[in-house]
Design a binder for this molecule. Sequence first.
Ligand SMILES: Cc1cc2nc3c(=O)[nH]c(=O)nc-3n(C[C@H](O)[C@H](O)[C@H](O)COP(=O)(O)OP(=O)(O)OC[C@H]3O[C@@H](n4cnc5c(N)ncnc54)[C@H](O)[C@@H]3O)c2cc1C
Length: 457
Amino acid sequence: MAALIGSRIYDDAIYATDEPVPSLWEATAGPPPADDGPLVGESETEVAVIGGGIAGLSLVWHLTRRHGIAATALDAAKIGWGASGRNGGFVSMGYTKRSLDDLTATYGAEDARTVFEAQKAACAYVIDVARSENLDVDLSGRGEFIVAHKPDRLKGLAAKSSAMRSLFGEDWPVISKDELRARGYAGPEAHGAIYVPHGTGLHPLKYTYGLLQLARSHGGKVHPQSAVVHWERDGAGAHVLHIQGGGRLKAKTVVVATNGFTTEGLDGRFDGVTLPALSNILVTRPLSEAERQAQGYTTDVPVADSRNLLFYIRLLKDGRLLFGGRGGTSATKTAGERYWAYMHKRLQEVFPAWKDVEISHRWRGFVCLTADLVGRVGLFPQDRSTGFLFGCHGSGVAMSGYAAKFLASEIAGAGFNEPFPMCFRRPPVRFPVPSLRVPALAAAYAWYRIKDEILPA
Ligand SMILES: Cc1cc2nc3c(=O)[nH]c(=O)nc-3n(C[C@H](O)[C@H](O)[C@H](O)COP(=O)(O)OP(=O)(O)OC[C@H]3O[C@@H](n4cnc5c(N)ncnc54)[C@H](O)[C@@H]3O)c2cc1C
């Protein structure tokens, strides 16, 4: 097993960077574009980025293209091995788990509004990058349905819709159960919805591969199989990253963009500040038109339900069902098997017409939570040569690239005239008792399940 060196809070199985991810995306993305190979020997760059996912690759692209700053991304695995190549492909509003009310109470109405504006801008950004850079990423479905999984959940969704109108003048229409069926989504756990008019679906590994090409298009370097195992400063204050296998990279600035796969033990400021959480996906074989009609599910609009521990659901271009859900706090292979079995049972309940349809692919990986459930993007105020770019909270496909654009401007000392909230820019904070992160998550999940499945709204 190739190692991600440093202390880790889950079983080694999930950190096996040399094991291919058995995802549908790996099977259908086509050959990866060229990269710069593992970093060997001594090398130098202006900005070194640890992590070569959507965040790291986008940062290298923006630094080199927009600001003419030499940048190098290092990844412990092949490009696309992390969450970026194995997610559900929802381009959606994220990077925090906190509600707008909660953000308003903590950071004020203006910054809460900026979170919302940045989330919208991030969704538009991905669609714009895909179109303007001619990335073939299988964009499909506009917006997103948030579906009431129980009849009494529609009221809460309707309240959200009203808040969107009164606070932001946005139309997030409430859709009755019958109308939702007419729009192509039906089942025993579909009791109406609201429609979010932002975002889309895409093929995440094709998007990541597209970003790999963009990252290298203006002289940026991308080194896979280059795990950073030691981080120090030289006599002149420059950062020196030691790579597994003996390579060394010297840089003026280092940015940590490792999200749920963050390696602890490299620099104390990044220890105990992230909580990786497992997200799990099942994909079926392609469903025929008749099978889709039989379930009453025919829309390509991405779907999430109203649970705290939500299911995220897409009908893909070739008719396959993608059924995803966060959960499980053990990353052993056996625990993975158990969790997929549970997910399959739930899939059969949510889509009874497809209970005998075979599953063709299943995989899992890490999203990243922070101690206050808000993502982190910026430079340490006391040390502007070190940056952070992580904390997707389950939805980072859109924000990771947009946030990288912001961070590139920060590093360059240039202005950023698009919305970017102050609450995202704060340095990461440590969990109160880092060693209890996983048990605390298990307790939170147990409570969410009670709220989602037993308690009334
Ligand atoms: C199953 C699943 C489903 C998801 N679904 C969605 C979705 O539908 N929509 C959405 O918006 N988001 C989704 N997400 C989250 C989304 O994938 C992430 O927010 C996004 O990919 C984060 O990108 P990243 O570049 O920050 O991190 P990653 O893509 O995880 O990249 C981090 C990289 O850091 C590398 N690394 C770690 N330590 C080191 C080291 N010491 N040296 C070198 N490299 C190192 C790792 O190898 C890894 O490749 C999902 C995630 C998962 C796991």
